[in-house]
Ligand binder design. Structure first.
Ligand code: NAP
Length: 282
């Protein structure tokens, strides 16, 4: 068997950044995104720093607003409303997770849907469900970009999505359906999981269980996209046993360096879409 294709998310992200640089140079203004971080979670700090840095590299404006862990829901929503009204702000991102006393759904719903660059507002989820996407959540959108870049055809294929979270699994399944795949969604209650996985021509693993997917669970020739980010003994592991599964797969994404780099790239792409939509509105 030929060696499997490694789906290199860094390379795909770079190609997207090249396009964004061109698009930014054609705009008559510099788009601005506000990152709202509540509390001092170290992972959130690092994610927001990377996003801000990327904005700078692309000639975009990124501003981080750090709010106290103790902020009330009403106060947070009032801050969001202020950014909704601010015409200088094109995109608003709430860094998740939020502290437990804040209602994530209510907070996300308070973002102006035209500034919702993470694509988590119900209006944007609804548009995706209707097959008319505006802002698609960044991780699933990035996965489609990777598959397109490597010319892995989606149409008509049996796609199995492992995981049904709001941020990855559900929008992923919907997006695959919009691309004319035959989609199965598996989760923790799925019976005969192995049988379902074996049927996959494209398998997307997003369950947050280190190296859960083993070679014997997949069919030869499958394309595997590993979304998992699991920190184990100081190492980052995916949801797939990369070394084992690689031997059977036609193509496979590594962790790190697969889906991860795409998430910020798609956020930047969504910011350009937001800025363009808003400039047409005024
Ligand atoms: P999540 O909210 O914890 O959801 C996990 C999903 O996996 C749930 O739907 C759960 O089923 C399902 N699941 C758990 N164990 C399972 C099992 N043994 N068999 C089948 N399904 C199982 O996680 P998430 O936010 O979607 O994230 C998933 C992984 O992706 C995590 O490792 C996360 O760090 C990573 N991630 C990476 C990126 C990136 O940029 N690369 C972005 C986001 C997330 P139930 O619904 O039945 O509980």
């Amino acid at each position: 068997m030929n060696p499997s294709v490694i789906l290199d998310g860094k390379a795909v992200a770079q190609s997207i950044y090249q396009k964004i640089l061109l698009e930014v140079s054609l705009l008559s203004f510099v788009p601005k995104i506000v990152f709202i971080r509540v509390g001092e979670d170290p992972a959130s700090q690092s994610y927001v720093r990377s996003k801000e840095k990327r904005c700078l590299e692309l000639g975009l404006r990124g501003e981080t607003i750090v709010l106290s862990e103790a902020i009330s829901q009403d106060e947070l929503i009032e801050k969001i409303f202020n950014f909704n009204r601010d015409k200088d702000v094109n995109g608003i991102l709430i860094q998740l997770p939020l502290p437990k006393h804040l209602n994530k759904t209510k907070v996300l719903q308070s973002i102006d849907p035209l500034k919702d660059v993470d694509g988590l507002h119900p209006e944007n989820s609804g548009l995706l469900l209707q097959g008319k996407p505006r802002f698609v959540p960044c991780t699933p959108a990035g996965i489609v970009e990777i598959l397109n870049f490597y010319k892995v055809s989606i149409q008509g294929k049996r796609v199995v999505v492992m995981g049904r979270s709001e941020i990855v699994g559900r929008p992923m399944a919907q997006l695959m359906l919009n691309h004319h795949a035959t989609v199965t969604v598996c989760h923790s209650k799925t019976e005969n999981l192995m049988e379902e996985l074996k049927r996959a021509q494209i398998l997307i693993a997003a369950i947050g269980k280190p190296q859960f997917v083993k070679a014997e669970m997949v069919s030869a020739g499958v394309t595997v996209v590993d979304v998992g980010i699991n920190r184990v003994d100081g190492k980052i592991l995916g949801d797939v046993d990369f070394e084992g599964v690689k031997e059977k797969a036609f193509a496979i994404s590594p962790v790190p360096g697969g889906v991860g780099p795409m998430t910020i790239a798609m956020l930047m792409k969504n910011l350009i879409i937001a800025a363009t939509l808003q400039s047409k509105k005024t």
